[in-house]
Design a protein around this ligand. Structure first.
Ligand code: NAP
Length: 292
């Protein structure tokens, strides 16, 4: 049951996202909807933290008693190097997107890869990742998290396709023995194809415009799952074209919601109300489209 009349009190616990720029972040909408849906006395705010200032934000977490941070650009690596302890995922990626506090100890997590896997499982529970051939287009922060997560779940192959070859090779290494680099010719034979570049994004950092696709749509085959982690627009040109060619598609909102849901669970110990979180994000995105 939702609790619309909640007000912050002296006892209210605080979580926040730190990043720069931050004012367009969807995280406050998603996390506050989760706190309200479960009637928890928590609030989530956004702090614009200038590049190079992450250490100060972490010290503030201890001195102000802030219970959780989401971490976004440009602080993910700085935070990974400044927290007291890293989970194996965050350590492998040298990037943190979620900080929890255990007394005065700060723990750095990375929930992006697991967030992607959960969104895939939610949308296609019958799809077996074990033994699947997966192509990841891109080798940046989000791609690396997905590549590492795929490497942990016994897929047959993780093929990294990226315009900069040495970044592709480093990212492929995160999947362990099943990782390798490839090119567009690997796409038709893959069971799961993931766009983890900003190509197709309508607005924001690295946006190319909504008409762009990250690879030739003629490479898509019926029966494949084609996922896009871009969520603005929700239906990218890639997903529209892939669906027209008979593929199953997965939009990027699921990953965004699930990586936040995992952070929520780490901080509160409660199961996240994923439906309410997704609904709040969708409502906010459609209002943003109407009045950007
Ligand atoms: P990033 O670290 O900057 O990496 C971007 C990657 O895309 C790099 O591999 C880059 O290739 C490639 N790329 C960029 N522009 C390209 C172009 N025009 N053509 C071909 N390749 C291009 O970015 P990121 O943080 O990983 O984010 C990537 C996208 O994922 C963004 O759109 C972001 O909004 C989205 N994202 C979504 C979620 C979610 O929860 N749904 C989470 C995180 C990020 P090079 O290596 O050659 O530079």
């Amino acid at each position: 049951m939702a609790h619309p009349h909640w007000m912050p009190k002296g006892s209210t616990r605080v979580a926040a996202v730190i990043g720069h720029p931050i004012r367009h972040s969807l995280s406050p909408v998603i996390l506050n909807s989760a706190f309200r849906a479960l009637g928890l006395d928590w609030v989530y705010v956004a702090f614009d933290v200038a590049p190079g200032e992450a250490q100060g934000a972490l010290s503030a977490m201890k001195s102000l008693g802030i219970d959780g941070y989401s971490v976004t650009m440009p602080h993910k690596t700085d935070v990974a190097r400044a927290v007291d302890h890293l989970t194996p995922e965050a350590s492998a990626l040298d990037a943190v997107n979620c900080v929890s506090r255990f007394g005065r100890l700060l723990i750095g997590h990375n929930t992006d890869g697991e967030g992607f896997l959960r969104s895939l499982k939610e949308a296609y529970p019958e799809f077996g990742l074990r033994g699947a051939r997966c192509a990841v287009v891109g080798a940046g922060g989000a791609a690396r998290a997905i590549i590492a997560a795929l490497g942990r779940v016994e897929v047959a192959e993780v093929i990294v396709v990226n315009r900069t070859a040495d970044r592709a090779a480093r990212a492929a290494g995160l999947a362990g023995a099943v990782g390798r680099t490839g090119d567009e010719s690997d796409i038709p034979g893959s069971d799961l194809v993931i766009n983890a570049t900003p190509v197709g994004m309508a607005a924001g950092d690295g946006a190319t415009g909504a008409d762009e696709v990250p690879f030739d749509l003629r490479l898509v085959r019926p029966g494949q799952i084609v996922a896009d982690i871009v969520y603005q627009p929700l239906e990218t040109a890639l997903l529209r074209g892939a669906a027209e060619r008979g593929a199953s598609v997965l939009d990027g909102l699921g990953m965004l919601v699930h990586q936040a849901a995992i952070a929520f669970e780490i901080w509160t110990g409660e199961a996240a109300p994923v439906g309410a979180m997704r609904e709040a994000a969708l409502e906010h995105l459609s209002a943003r489209c109407a009045d950007p």
